[in-house]
Write a protein that binds this ligand. Structure first.
Ligand SMILES: NC(=O)c1ccc[n+]([C@@H]2O[C@H](COP(=O)([O-])OP(=O)(O)OC[C@H]3O[C@@H](n4cnc5c(N)ncnc54)[C@H](OP(=O)(O)O)[C@@H]3O)[C@@H](O)[C@H]2O)c1
Length: 292
């Protein structure tokens, strides 16, 4: 493996806008490589590398934050009107910088429901949910911004601290079965590592503006849940049929079950040559089990 520090180093200044689950993993990894990484959140934190950005109440950072920035990763979802909070507040500022790269975390929800069929980057998006239509709108805003942006479409994100184990532990688990229903997933470490891999090999790889980051093995939720109960040495409660459970689910939970698709990672893993750390939920969940 190439020395990451030789291509990403202290000369790179990253702004990670929206330092939630994926953003904080990315920031932590970059700092280990010696990069300067500043992160935003909506409220005050003790972290000296963090600043406040909250598009909901108009709290924006001082322009000084942007001085010398070379790379930006936005992990912030669309606002309630379907606009991108980062572009809404900083588009002109970003355009005035000499940015080498901008990453935007999007969702595979933009593909809509394919009734279990595979989707890849060349498929026309066909968002079914309102929130996915908003997301596609934000993707367009980023593409039309003229910035050197790369969009990463993500399925369900999990990792230590956010997995089926946590749902079991917090008694938030609903064991639901729906015939032929599958979900795609990605471990948070693979989001970070895939992006770093692409940045590290930027000069030798063809540039693709839209890339799916998903693991190799879309499968049913029941299969994943059963695996977690087995690892914990517990008996999994009897599943409820989706039809019987759906009225008790929150609208957001219901909406996840309304779409069924398999997300292809061929562009990332075959064409671009990225090797997944956690190529399926079994390996990924073992990591969560050992780190929680
Ligand atoms: N979770 C999933 O399974 C999943 C799947 C596919 C795609 N995605 C998308 O991928 C991205 C990263 O996901 P994630 O789960 O890592 O996200 P996350 O943990 O929910 O973090 C989102 C970040 O955005 C910030 N944020 C939200 N609204 C904001 C606003 N109006 N102004 C400024 N900051 C705002 C949050 O601030 P605070 O830190 O103050 O909360 C947080 O730092 C998100 O866009 C998400 O929608 C998520």
């Amino acid at each position: 493996m190439k020395n990451l520090a030789s291509s990403l180093n202290y000369k790179n200044k990253f702004l990670i806008l929206g330092c939630g689950f994926s953003g904080s993993f990315f920031a932590k990894t970059l700092r280990k490589l010696g990069c300067n990484a500043l992160t935003s959140s909506r409220s005050e934190s003790n972290d000296p590398n963090s600043f406040i950005f909250n598009s909901e109440n108009g709290e924006v950072p001082d322009k000084k934050i942007f001085e010398g920035v070379t790379h930006i990763l936005s992990c912030i979802p669309p606002d309630k009107n379907g606009n991108d909070p980062v572009l809404g507040n900083f588009k002109n500022t970003l355009k005035s910088l000499s940015l080498e790269w901008v990453g935007y975390l999007s969702t595979t929800g933009v593909y809509g429901n394919t009734k279990g069929g595979w989707v890849s980057e060349i498929d026309q998006p066909n968002p079914f949910q309102k929130r996915s239509q908003k997301r596609l709108n934000c993707e367009k805003e980023w593409i039309e911004s003229g910035l050197p942006v790369q969009i990463f479409r993500l399925p369900g994100i999990y990792g230590p601290g956010r997995s089926t184990f946590d749902a079991i532990r917090n008694k938030k688990i609903r064991i639901i079965s729906k015939k032929n229903q599958v979900f795609s997933r990605i471990h948070v470490a693979d989001i970070t590592n895939a992006i770093i891999y692409l940045l590290q090999n930027k000069n030798s790889l063809k540039f693709y503006q839209i890339i799916n980051i998903a693991d190799d093995e879309p499968c049913s939720q029941i299969e994943v849940t059963q695996y977690c109960y087995d690892l914990l040495g517990l008996q999994m409660p009897k599943p409820t049929l989706f039809e019987d459970a759906k009225d008790e689910l929150s609208p957001i939970a219901q909406s996840f079950w309304m779409e069924n698709r398999r997300v292809s990672n061929k562009l990332l893993c075959e064409t671009l040559g990225y090797k997944l750390i956690y190529k399926n939920y079994r390996i990924g969940l073992k990591n969560c089990y050992l780190n929680s």
